[in-house]
Design a protein around this ligand. Structure first.
Ligand code: ASP
Length: 540
């Protein structure tokens, strides 16, 4: 090791420590001084924007370098096949871990998605408050758990909801709603998007405020509404989602793909372009040389950007926790679904610290601890940004420069991984779906928790993770697919929504770690252990 390497290593270590301190500081500031923390989120946004700015040219130029240095373009078939198999197997393993844990811990048992008071008489006071008459009381001990998340429904003669309102305030016998909405003939109602006023859309399309047409009645229920985030995603199913993934691979317009940071079509385009360049002879060589120069320049930009990472990461975390109202407001939310949160977390820890390292050791023939340290900056960035795509520049840097994997391998395996390989997301989707099933099963005997349905959950969770984009909370949206395939109520998502932004960070970290391990394994399978970038560095 020469002096230059030494200096580089200690610089890199210093940065690692700085990022670690930034994470602790960001969590502390956002948690303890939420208002101030929220104000710091512009620092995070600057950093995030800069990362995203780099993703598109990085994917394209590194891909060109990677493909053109393969020697024979037909080799891409081999790498491609192995990569896909690796991704499918590891995602499958993570789902399996999740399913085993959720069946052992059973976090949904004992939780209720709501409550039914079919025989309770009520009176409406001051238009927005429902009071239970007689000895009826709401069931839950901590009534505040209902606030903002749950709705009160006034039932009609058939026991179906006729008017629904989001709970704003509640005590043992009354519940005050923000506003009412009337359940339409088809059972649908217009949910509030701004959280202020819930309107019912009248037939001519104008929005009018709704009040119940009666002031007393019999039968009320407390239930979860369909979360606004997924309300327009209800038509999604597994076929349409996968069809979109496949169709989306071929860009109609390459610039549109760039503008939208759509990595999959960029991979396909760069792959084709790179393949053509290698057979063009001298003219092709000039372009390849250009791509090499650009690739190096972009990587240099990544280096520079990393010096800003500690400040950016601190801003991202302080801002996000601040937005949640700090520890005081967030911790009770977390406690409410604590068992579910812990189940996902333990699953992610097992997959990240046991399964993936074992695979890296067995098939990648690399020291997992060293490899992990090389990836630490990228992993901490994944935690802070909750986006595999925005982390891609740092993942590339960690894999290529710290762990000495060739651009040839990383340029193909990593961008593909950032879009389709999401071990953490798949695990979380499986756990969440079974959690929701367990929760609803007590009240609804038709909910199926049998082995066959869990196999359906495992398969759809894997596919839903492939369909999820590498952006924050994409997994929450694709979960609609899993729930629908398993015949579970989409309303269940509302309950896990409040903690999802945090869980997202843990699963994104595992997603990125899974991609990185993939690069290590594929490199060894392709070239044998210890191969470096040297061959790849020289243009053909
Ligand atoms: N945020 C995740 C990622 O970027 C996707 C998800 O699970 O929501 O990898």
């Amino acid at each position: 090791m020469n002096a230059n390497d030494n200096a580089q290593q200690s610089g890199s270590f210093g940065l690692l420590i700085a990022i670690l301190i930034a994470i602790i500081a960001g969590v502390a500031v956002g948690g303890l001084a939420p208002e101030f923390g929220h104000k710091l989120d512009f620092l995070g946004e600057i950093f995030l924007n800069a990362l995203k700015m780099i993703v598109v040219p990085l994917v394209m130029f590194s891909m060109l370098v990677g493909i053109t240095s393969l020697g024979d373009v037909r080799k891409i078939g081999g790498i491609g096949g192995r990569t896909i198999v690796f991704y499918m197997v590891t995602t499958g393993l993570s789902v399996l871990v999740g399913l085993i844990l959720v069946n052992i811990f059973r976090p949904g048992v004992g939780m209720t998605p709501g409550e039914m008071h079919a025989t309770a008489e009520y009176r409406i006071e001051g238009s927005y408050t429902v009071r239970l008459i007689g000895s009826h009381q709401w069931e839950r001990e901590n009534l505040n758990e209902y606030v903002k998340k749950y709705t009160v429904a006034l039932l009609d003669d058939e026991g179906e909801p006729s008017y629904v309102g989001e709970i704003a305030k509640i005590d043992s016998t009354t519940a005050t709603v923000k506003s009412w909405s009337k359940v339409g003939d088809d059972g649908s109602y217009i949910a509030t998007m701004d959280g202020k006023n819930l309107h019912y859309q009248s037939e001519d399309g104008t929005l009018v405020e709704v009040m119940p047409e009666f002031s007393s009645g019999k039968g009320v229920a407390i239930a979860l509404p369909i979360a606004a985030k997924v309300v327009d995603k209800q038509d999604r199913d597994i076929v349409s989602t996968l069809k979109d993934v496949v169709l989306g691979m071929i860009p109609v317009n390459i610039f549109k793909a760039m503008v939208e940071m759509d990595v999959l079509p960029l991979i396909v385009f760069s792959l084709l372009l790179g393949a053509v360049l290698t057979i063009l002879g001298d003219v092709g060589k000039i372009v390849i040389q250009f791509a090499h120069g650009m690739n190096e320049a972009i990587m240099k930009m990544v280096h520079w950007l990393m010096y800003f990472a500690p400040i950016g990461i601190m801003g991202l975390l302080a801002g996000r926790i601040g937005k949640e109202g700090g520890f005081v407001q967030f911790l009770p939310e977390l406690k409410m679904v604590g068992m579910y949160f812990i189940t996902v977390l333990i699953g992610l820890i097992i997959h990240g610290f046991i399964t993936l390292p074992l695979i890296l050791m067995a098939f990648g023939r690399r020291n997992p601890w060293k490899y992990f340290l090389g990836m630490a900056k990228a992993l901490m960035n994944a935690f802070s940004t909750a986006s595999s795509s925005a982390t891609l520049p740092l993942t590339m840097e960690g894999v290529e420069e710290e762990n000495k994997i060739s651009t040839r391998t990383s340029s193909f395996v990593l961008p593909l991984g950032a879009t389709i390989n999401m071990d953490g997301t798949a695990l979380y989707e499986a756990v969440a779906a079974v959690f929701i099933a367990q929760m609803y099963a007590a009240a609804d005997p038709s909910i199926d928790l049998g082995l066959a349905n869990q196999v359906v959950i495992a398969l759809t969770a894997t596919l839903a993770a492939i369909g999820a984009a590498g952006i924050p909370e994409a997994g929450l949206v694709t979960m609609v697919i899993v729930l629908k395939a398993a015949g579970l109520p989409i309303e269940g998502i509302t309950l896990i929504l409040t903690v999802d932004w945090l869980l997202d960070r843990f699963r994104t970290t595992v997603n990125v770690w899974g991609d990185s391990v993939g690069a290590g394994v594929i490199e060894t399978l392709e070239n044998g252990a210890g191969s470096s970038d040297e061959e790849a560095a020289a243009p053909a």
